[in-house]
Design a protein around this ligand. Structure first.
Ligand code: FES
Length: 122
């Protein structure tokens, strides 16, 4: 295993990301809810560069007790990434596909050493 320097902690803004590569392995590093998380840039669908997709807050539809729509809204504090190949959408916090719990991005360990962010490449 090898640690790869990504950037200094302050270099990724909330909702932002940085994609790094080492020996043919690409890793997307995101800041969401103040935390730094990292995922392999390899979509579990067909291998697309998921970490380079569009990001947005999760969209939910509010319903009344009788299931009438009150409209859609963005969920504050959430962050989803959409794979650019076929549009599969993943929760950046958990790596899980928003519609299929079993489909998940591969996580990568993150280390913060005195404000410097590293990912562990295996
Ligand atoms: S490869 Fe990502 S949605 Fe198909």
């Amino acid at each position: 295993m090898k640690e790869l320097f990504v950037c200094n902690e302050g270099d990724i803004a909330e909702g932002g990301r940085k994609v790094v590569a080492e020996d043919g392995v690409e890793i997307g590093v995101f800041r969401v809810g103040g935390a730094i998380v990292a995922w392999r840039n390899h979509c579990p669908h067909q291998g697309g560069p998921v970490c380079q997709g569009r990001t947005m807050k999760r969209v939910e539809e509010r319903l009344t007790d009788s299931k009438q729509s009150l409209g859609i809204h963005y969920v504050e504090g959430s962050l989803n990434v959409v794979c650019p190949w076929h549009g599969y959408e993943f929760d950046v916090r958990t790596g899980r596909h928003v519609g299929h719990d079993a489909m998940k991005l591969a996580s990568v360990a993150v280390k913060n050493r005195d404000g410097a962010i590293y990912v562990v490449v295996s």
